[in-house]
Write a protein that binds this ligand. Structure first.
Ligand SMILES: *Cc1c(COP(=O)(O)O)cnc(C)c1O
Length: 394
């Protein structure tokens, strides 16, 4: 099946800035400082500044930013960490690697963001931190989070892997908690030419410990204060990311414009059970993903709709088809089917539509047309009887 509208298109993003990206790469080749080089510290400082915080420590991936970042915040053995069940597994893997006990909670079905009332019920004397995942590009309300953390005396560790420069309540993603983890996986809102991640913090002790942890736990060369690891963001990747950073606000605005068009064009389909995820943060949502729900009242099932997209040459995704607690790898945590009903229901109803800077308004119309056609009562594909009538009429 030929792809007419891809899910993401990175070539479109890089083509117009190809010359400057090549120059940035060339300049690192000439410097030769491939590990912990100048372009890395420059990018770390720049990304921390635009995100409204102090320090940035580049690492090999978003997963490492979570795992090492929690350790840098002294969260580990004996500590419980609350996180949503409907996140990408890397959030959970990070908690486990830090040696802490993950406590999963359910989500708000309107936004898919962590349900703070459910989180409040999960608190025990061992709870040390909460990880709000700013899922799909929308921040968990900073005002509510800060209230929550203040009430229960918990640390906030943001998973901002999908939310570069997202804003809400006057806060930028990464500036709310003690620290925040970002991913630069190529298809994230800000993506490298390979894997990468960063920890942001305004706490100089956390930053210093993170600098040690990513570099074999060394406080100076060949003097090791803790068993760290090797997880550094390559100088080359940092140079590329720094070139791309000035374009990120415009790319995010493009995503918002596309989302607004989807919202407007999908509005008439609400009665047919097609419900876009709710935007509670206005222009601060950075739409890493544009996600709709196909609810019970919809005449077509999610899997059937996805097949129609495939047939029409439109790529779609599901983020995520199995909640963390039902993944075979984590069954030993002791959770079961039914523990997180909203997350479980969402996993069966959600569908992510194409979303990337450069997706044109006519392409958005084409995507919506596939859904309109699929849910319409006299859809020839849905209803064989009417299809034959139409064929005869033609
Ligand atoms: C992408 C992602 C991660 C992991 O980042 P990697 O760079 O792929 O390791 C963590 N959490 C969330 C929510 C993500 O989307």
């Amino acid at each position: 099946m030929t792809i007419k509208i891809p899910f993401v298109d990175l070539k479109l993003q890089h083509k117009p800035i190809q010359t400057q990206l090549q120059q940035a790469i060339q300049s690192v080749l000439e410097q030769g400082d491939f590990i912990l080089g100048q372009a890395l510290s420059d990018f770390e400082a720049a990304f921390a500044t635009v995100s409204g915080t102090e320090y940035g420590v580049g690492v090999a991936s978003g997963t490492d930013a979570i795992a090492l970042g929690l350790q840098a915040c002294n969260i580990g053995t004996g500590d419980e960490v609350i996180l949503p069940a409907n996140t990408f597994v890397a959030t959970l893997i990070g908690v486990l690697r830090a040696g802490a006990k993950p406590i999963l909670v359910d989500c708000d079905p309107q936004t898919a963001l962590i349900d703070l009332e459910a989180a409040a019920k999960a608190i025990t004397p061992h709870t040390k931190a909460i990880i709000p995942v700013h899922l799909y590009g929308q921040m968990v309300s900073p005002r509510q989070l800060l209230d929550f953390a203040d009430t229960y005396k918990l640390l906030i560790f943001e998973d901002a892997a999908q939310a570069h420069l997202a804003q809400r309540d006057g806060y930028v993603a990464g500036s709310v908690g003690i620290a925040a983890a970002f991913s630069f996986y190529p298809s994230k809102n800000l993506g490298a030419f390979g894997d990468g991640g960063i920890l942001l913090t305004r706490d100089s002790d956390v930053a210093k410990k993170m600098v040690r942890l990513r570099n074999y736990g060394a406080s100076q060369k060949y003097f090791h204060t803790e068993p760290g690891t090797n997880s550094r963001l390559d100088t080359l990747q940092a140079a590329i990311l720094h070139q791309k950073l000035p374009y990120l606000p415009q790319w995010n605005r493009d995503r918002l414009t596309i989302a607004q068009q989807y919202d407007a064009e999908l509005a008439p389909l609400a009665t047919a059970g097609i419900i876009p995820m709710h935007n509670q943060s206005g222009t601060g949502h950075v739409y890493h993903l544009y996600v709709i729900k196909i609810d019970e009242s919809c005449p077509i099932e999610r899997e059937k709709l996805q097949e129609k997209f495939t047939a029409a040459g439109v790529q779609t995704g599901i983020h995520y088809p199995i909640p963390c607690h039902l993944q075979p790898a984590f069954l030993s945590l002791g959770y079961q089917q039914g523990d997180f009903p909203q997350a479980e229901k969402l996993s069966k109803q959600i569908l992510s539509l194409p979303m990337y800077p450069g997706l044109s308004s006519s392409q958005v119309q084409e995507v919506v047309a596939v859904i309109t056609q699929a849910v319409s009562k006299d859809s020839p594909l849905e209803n064989p009887a009417s299809a034959s009538v139409e064929n005869i009429a033609a």
